[in-house]
Design a binder for this molecule. Structure first.
Ligand code: ASP
Ligand code: MG
Length: 356
């Protein structure tokens, strides 16, 4: 069995969180590839620092804080800072200087800058695993050697054929192997660093899952699965236990934040199951997206934008009568989704009708 486990930024936010990831991996020897995001808020911070540097405004302090935060993490895990950390730190400062000199954020350079967030967090996790799991051969793999993309910096498109060729050369499987790599980042044909789009680490995990013919891909985040509606909007919203690929992809496309929109593309064809769960509470269950499931009727509500109006998409295979009271707000109707613009009063009515 081969499982790919992706841990998002909140799952690696501090030493306690990383130890929880460690426990998940220890309890399941089938997890052989671990995909790591930058620690919580790091990508946002890198974006902010790059911009500040172009204005020569307080970027040094912000960068120092980011470095200090990661140094703290290393110490909290009883690890050594090591040469690897200093060279990544140097790279951060060099790029910061370039942003300042050029007074603009060049997209290719920004991708290089972003990548350091993932490269630091994955190195920390790999070192931690190495120290904690003596019985496993831990190897840190640079995702840029296998996630081949075009050169659309900031939203690069992966070449799945090339990834399928490369991945097995890097992840050389054995019973005791445990690989750690980065989500979100890749490289173009000239070897320049690219990124798959913000929140794209989920996508990295399924790309690797496809390339390695994984038996499952796990996406560990800070909520126990995909809810019928974003629990930040409706606290306590029920979790969807099982959902088919098409409906889950529709939820993601229309704004369900838990899943990056293209995540399921690589796994549908091979029918690789995807599990979404909470690393904060791994026993709480989660959502399974897998073949053999057919989601009937109403599935969930995805909210795309929320300015004055809620751009709301109802996902599922339901009869159009279900939304009879909302006819006048409908802006598009597709086989698996109906999208509406709703004022907050109507939005609440819809939630009451569909979720209770
Ligand atoms: N670190 C990246 C971001 O925050 C990718 C990810 O976490 O999925 O966008
Ligand atoms: Mg995410």
């Amino acid at each position: 069995m081969l499982k790919v486990a992706k841990f998002g930024g909140s799952s690696v936010r501090d030493a306690k969180a990383i130890k929880r990831c460690g426990r998940i991996v220890t309890l399941d020897p089938d997890i052989k590839i671990v995909v790591i995001s930058a620690t919580a808020n790091t990508s946002n911070e890198l974006e902010r620092i790059a911009l500040l540097a172009t204005q020569a405004k307080g970027w040094e302090q912000a960068l120092e804080d980011l470095v200090t935060r990661h140094r703290g993490l290393i110490h909290d895990l009883d690890l050594e800072e090591g040469e690897w950390f200093h060279s990544l730190e140097n790279e951060l400062w060099e790029l910061g200087d370039l942003f300042r000199e050029e007074m603009k954020v060049d997209p290719a350079r920004m991708d290089q800058f972003y990548s350091i967030g993932e490269r630091i967090s994955s190195a920390i996790v790999a070192h931690y695993f190495e120290h904690s799991f003596l019985q496993r051969r831990v190897e840190l793999i640079d995702a840029r050697g296998l996630i081949h993309t075009d050169n659309c910096y900031g939203a690069a498109n992966p070449d799945r054929g090339m990834i399928a060729d490369s991945a097995p050369l890097h992840f050389r499987m054995s019973d005791d192997a445990l690989f750690v790599t980065q989500g979100f980042i890749g490289a173009d044909g000239e070897g320049h660093t690219t990124t798959l789009g913000r929140e794209g680490s989920d996508y990295s995990a399924t790309l690797i899952g496809e390339a390695m013919n994984a038996d499952a891909v796990q996406i560990w985040t800070d909520v126990a699965g995909l809810s019928v509606i974003d629990p930040k909007l409706i606290p306590g919203a029920p979790i969807i236990k099982e959902i088919d690929y098409a409906c889950a992809a529709e939820m993601a496309r229309h704004g369900a934040k838990i899943l990056f929109s293209k995540t399921l593309d690589p796994v549908v064809e091979k029918g690789i199951p995807v599990f979404i769960g909470s690393s904060l509470n791994a026993d709480a269950g989660g959502t399974w997206i897998r073949p053999g499931v057919f989601s009937d009727g109403f599935v969930g509500i995805a909210v795309h934008e929320r300015r004055d109006l809620y751009k709301t998409t109802v996902v599922g295979r339901f009869k159009s009568e279900l939304l009879a009271d909302f006819e006048q707000f409908i802006i598009s109707r597709k086989p698996l989704s109906t999208t509406m613009n709703l004022e907050s009063e109507e939005f609440n009515k819809l939630v009451k009708l569909l979720i209770g």
